[in-house]
Write a protein that binds this ligand. Sequence first.
Ligand code: PMP
Length: 451
Amino acid sequence: MERPKTREELHQVLRERTPKSGELWKSSQDMVPGGLLSEARRFEPYPFYIERGQGPYIWDVDENRYIDCCLAFGVLFLGHRPPFVVEAIRAQLERGTTYGGPHTLEIEFAKKFIECVPCAEQMLMCNSGTEATMQAIRIVRAYTGRTRVAKFEGGYHGWHDYASFSISAKDEAKLGPADHPIPVPESAGIPNQVKDTIMVLPYEESAFQIIEEHASELACVMIEPVVGGGTIPASKEFLQKLREVTKRHGIMLMFDEVITGFRLALGGAQEYYGVEPDIATYGKIIGGGLPVGAVGCSKKVMQSVINVDFSVAVAGTFSGNPMTLAAGNAVLTYLMENRQLYGELAKKGDRLRNGFNEFARAKGLPSMMTGVGSLFQIHFREPPIVKPRDLLTERAGPLRDFQVYLRLNGVFIPWLHLAFISAAHSDEDVEQVLRAHQAAIAESFAANKEA
Ligand code: PMP
């Protein structure tokens, strides 16, 4: 095939490959603002509509097949439709989809979760990662009697008001000094007062001094152990120091393990790094493909839910619904019985990251792949990338085109976002993902010579 050379030619090839998606995209924009249910689902020249998924692949409505490295934004750790998960969902369907009362699956699920998550002596269930961080923030505030929550620049903790600051902001002028960032709201509609409940920390050593200075105000410091804004793994020393400083001041340390939970290790980032937070939030993998969220912490902290003057309200019509827990129990059981899988996936991830980074270095291309284990993200600037601010100097043109070229090469990664491999990706699939990355980067730099 003649390879497209300009952005317009490139988009034209995709339009020709995805005519049905193009029609659906047009009709959707009449009914849904911008045609998208989430900004994270955007694509150029428009998104493709998905028809089905199986193992490591998805097919769009035009019958194009892609190796799926989005995997529902990290939900599908075992790929699409593992037979034992499909069977568990089918069996539960025969008994009812949701009850609104306690059922045995919640006991089974809580037991497995607590067995795997080092910081969890008790847990709560909800329906998304966003709900989990909302709930955890309420718990730490009730427990400590303090209001302010510190988060790191570049960290994503769901889309509610209390966490929607300084995630993807690219305007350096608004971000404040690198060692003293100011909270930048990520959305219109967040009350100005909420800003005062948040503190944004730099993802570097200077954070510790800021924490010390404001210790008496802080209910918690929350962190993604692998920062989502750039897929930048924290160092063990950084997390250890964070643990030490928060403990010294009676500030709760919260790990947001919505991405890392049951992914970096069975016990998540806590196990992987050997650092135990006071409270941790979960989502994605543990629902087996259905909506889920969870919070785990000690019994002592969880008592604030039932044992303060105004106890912490927890609710949710669908929280702990049996469909989710049937699927979730199937996945947790599988992971508990197949721990070797974590080592295998880390090897595949290393092969992809090292293969790509060696290629970029050998060709002299200013690009690198960050990540750890099964997580990876492509960047268009030279290494090192150690904090989200390093991404301000990315080359936007080639990065944009890269993702489109990658799709032409049969691989789907979400737009400007971290990407994943699953246990369903074979070594050969990973090699194909690597080859597609190598082809796409060469093409996108060739098309952006002036950039
Ligand atoms: N925390 C982190 C670290 C996440 O990555 C996400 C979602 N990508 C969330 C919270 C929010 O989860 P959800 O989309 O399920 O609300």
